[in-house]
Design a binder for this molecule. Structure first.
Ligand SMILES: [Fe+2]
Length: 488
């Protein structure tokens, strides 16, 4: 059977169409001046189906992981992109067809791959202890070479110490201790209420492991690390085993379920875990978290309803209004007896994928960034191919003044996730560059934009022009040149 993606509406739209290109481009063309102090690599990953999905109910999150690298040094930038050579990728390429079934439902896989990992490594990347990992939250990380992007280990278990069947797509790095912390849900398999939390010291060795139970098996895509605590939300995007038995995808939105905020101390046995209850709500990503005495704060992109239109709704139709996420601060006081969390919407902007100056992860902080939708400047759906909100703005939030500043892109382009890069390792918080991909819908091409993070409204100081089109991706990760050279 020949390869044809066109019958599946999932691929409608210029930046939803498959990319499927592996490429090297030496010395990309640049408009403007690349900052001379920009030294390091920007990695990002997109789900990019190597073969059309076997089932019509599959979702975009099930694409094969495809990693891009923009390597900056000496006012030049080189580009490379490769598929992550997961067990899934290799089996499907060998068979020249899709062998894996619908999203996170292994019973729909071809029998020939049931003993292989289902991981796609399509969600995020992180660099720790000299190793670069590509991650998907249903499986262990995949180790890739930070210089060549070749896959080095398609099922990395930290020398056999990772007992969890899963590994988060959002590990956190502690800037004080150099530890990496991971919170892994469904750790004993589909529908399990087990969460396994691991910490790895700065050499990559496990130095803490604890297992806790959650009230129900729901999506825990991200979590907050503070200097003292770990905080995470369980949202009504619940694992639906009944739906899976019928060939459906992993999750369905169950509005009858509450949202639970769990908080526990780092380094303990998990018995201090406390639960705080809230109404049906969704929040996918954590901007940052911090502890202040007995108080714990968690900043997320929160909405009142399901944020993913492609997952089934159990009780009501999908509501795009209720999917709108705003930067929201949840807080609890562990010295008190309250059984609910406090909630404050920090800013009115609607957006997703918030990012911090990661040197302040786990610490009190002042600056955040987020792609947002400027509703006053909608894009022509004929250009975007979808009816969802288009991200056309990168916004900076300064918490001490409760003020936001923004860069609004032109009306035939849209923006992907943005990434903050400090000007120097000792630069003040938020002083540096904001970088990320820009979809040029008319030209059907991708640019990488570089802005001064303290002057977003001035527009890009440099535009790196890519002679090809990447897909809408998920997350990116910046690694400083000195770390890549093994000096830090
Ligand atoms: Fe994510």
């Amino acid at each position: 059977m020949s390869v044809n993606f066109s019958s599946n509406p999932m691929f409608n739209g210029t930046f939803s169409e498959p990319c499927r290109v592996e490429a090297d481009v030496f010395d990309l063309e640049v408009e403007g001046e690349l900052p001379a102090d920009l030294d390091g690599a920007f990695y990002r990953v997109q789900p990019d189906f190597i073969y059309p999905p076997r089932y019509a109910n599959d979702v975009p999150f099930n694409g094969d992981g495809h990693v891009s690298m923009f390597r900056f040094a000496n006012s030049h930038v080189d580009f490379k992109c490769r598929y992550v050579k997961t067990q899934r990728y290799k089996a499907q390429v060998a068979a020249r067809q899709a062998l894996y079934g619908t999203y996170r439902n292994r019973d729909t896989d071809d029998p020939s791959v049931r003993k292989l990992s289902g991981g796609t490594a399509n969600t995020n990347l992180i660099f720790h202890a000299g190793k670069l990992f590509a991650m998907k939250e249903d499986s262990p990380p995949v180790r890739i070479d930070p210089h060549t992007l070749e896959t080095l280990d398609d099922y990395y278990t930290f020398n056999g110490r990772l007992k969890s069947e899963t590994f988060t797509a959002h590990p956190k790095l502690d800037p004080i201790s150099g530890e990496m912390v991971a919170l892994n849900y469904e750790a004993r398999g589909n529908g399990s209420r087990d969460v396994a939390i691991y910490s790895f010291d700065k050499t990559g060795a496990v130095n803490w492991e604890t297992w806790v139970k959650v009230p129900y098996a729901g999506m825990i895509h991200d979590f907050a690390l503070t200097q003292k605590h770990i905080a995470f939300l369980v949202i009504p995007m619940a694992v639906n085993m009944e739906q899976m038995k019928q060939g459906g995808v992993h999750f369905a939105w169950d509005s009858t379920l509450p949202t639970w905020l769990g908080v526990l101390e780092r380094g303990g046995d998990g018995s201090d875990l406390r639960w705080f209850k809230g109404p049906e709500q969704s929040a996918t990503h954590v901007l940052n978290g911090f502890s202040d005495g007995s108080k714990v704060y968690l900043d997320m992109d929160m909405s009142t309803g399901n944020q993913f239109p492609f997952f089934p709704m159990l009780h009501e139709p999908y509501d795009f209004q209720r999917a709108a996420g705003r930067l929201t601060r949840l807080s609890v006081d562990l010295a008190g007896k309250a059984e609910t969390y406090d909630k404050e919407i920090l800013y009115p902007e609607i957006g997703v994928l918030p990012r911090a100056d990661e040197r302040y992860w786990s610490l009190p902080y002042k600056v955040g960034f987020m792609p947002v939708t400027n509703l006053a400047r909608p894009m022509d759906p004929a250009l975007t191919g979808n009816t969802g909100l288009v991200l056309n703005t990168w916004t900076r939030f300064d918490h001490d003044r409760r003020k936001s500043t923004a860069f609004l892109v032109d009306n035939v382009s849209s923006l992907q996730e943005c990434q903050f890069v400090p000007r120097r390792s000792d630069a003040p918080e938020g002083a540096g560059y904001l970088i990320g991909l820009c979809n040029r819908h008319v030209e059907r091409r991708t640019d990488l934009l570089i802005l001064d993070a303290e002057h977003l409204d001035a527009g890009p100081i440099a535009t790196v022009k890519l002679p090809l089109r990447l897909r809408n991706g998920v997350h990116g990760h910046w690694v400083a040149g000195e770390a890549l050279r093994g000096k830090k």
